[in-house]
Write a protein that binds this ligand. Structure first.
Ligand code: ZN
Length: 277
């Protein structure tokens, strides 16, 4: 199967996505800590036996208003931009080429649902693109709709956080089951995917199932704020178009405040990633 792959923003600024193979990418001595990201490890990529019964009621309840491609966004969330609708080919990117004085805040996983974080995001009206892992957010849809209600959206970060470059990982299930579950749970189908650990973004299986299941942007990052709120740049300082990765952890609001200040120092503001890709 031939997949159209458009690499966004290919310049010297782009790391391994410009390299030619998944193995080269894994070995690339790139400054960004793609493999060192302190994300939780989930041991089993197997569906839990309770999954079907857990969600059956929800699916029935919401089924009447669901359809593929429909968007019943929560108030304040962003849908696909006209640019995205016009460019349906799968792209892999880790920053955005723009002259606007903006950067992008993305938050992964969803293990912690901190009220302080929700309040900070609300108080500062921060557009958050949340790449959520389904097992971590199940039954907590209100929290994640709240934190993405300022121009952001809820996107795909797999079912149980399997590494997509691991042959043992059921990549189809990780990607496509999440699409279906999120469409049911949140009312809109994701169009962005962040592979867990940033692993295997150009793996043929990833590209195939992304395309088949409605994803056209595979989004990595070029700035990491660690779980202890240290900022790791690929190329400091913060620059226009940078995509910043956080995780839903306690004290996340400290890291958010830090990145907002670092942005102000550079004349940058956070903007919805949804408007740019
Ligand atoms: Zn993750």
């Amino acid at each position: 199967m031939s997949l159209a792959l458009v690499l966004s923003g290919i310049t010297g600024y782009v790391f391994g996505i410009a390299s030619s193979s998944p193995s080269a990418e894994a070995a690339a001595p790139t400054p960004i800590a793609m493999t060192a990201t302190p994300e939780p490890v989930v041991s089993s990529p197997t569906p839990l036996p309770t999954d079907a019964t857990t969600d059956a009621g929800t699916e029935t309840e919401m089924g009447a208003e669901m359809s593929i491609g429909s968007e019943t966004l929560a108030e304040g969330q962003s849908g696909r931009s006209e640019n995205n609708l016009a460019s349906g080919e799968v792209e892999v990117l880790n920053w955005v080429e723009t002259e606007d004085p903006v950067f992008f805040i993305t938050i992964d996983d969803g293990l912690k649902k901190s009220a302080a974080v929700r309040d900070f995001i609300a108080a500062n009206q921060i557009p958050v693109t949340a790449f959520l892992t389904e097992y971590a957010v199940r039954n907590h849809t209100d929290y994640f709709q709240d934190v993405t209600a300022y121009g952001g959206s809820i996107q795909n970060h797999s079912m149980v956080h399997g590494a997509f470059n691991d042959p043992e990982t059921d990549v189809q299930w990780e990607i496509c089951e999440t699409q279906d579950r999120f469409e049911t749970q949140f009312g809109t189908r994701p169009w962005m995917l962040r592979p867990p650990y940033g692993a295997g973004p150009k793996d043929p299986r990833v590209l195939q199932y992304a395309e088949e299941c409605g994803i056209n942007r595979i989004v990595l990052w070029n700035v990491l704020v660690t779980d202890t709120n240290e900022v790791e740049y690929w190329d400091a300082p913060l620059r226009a178009g940078d995509i910043v990765l956080f995780h839903f952890v306690d004290d996340l609001e400290v890291g958010l405040e830090k990145i907002l200040e670092l942005g102000r120092e550079q004349g940058l503001r956070p903007a919805p990633l949804e408007d740019y890709i």
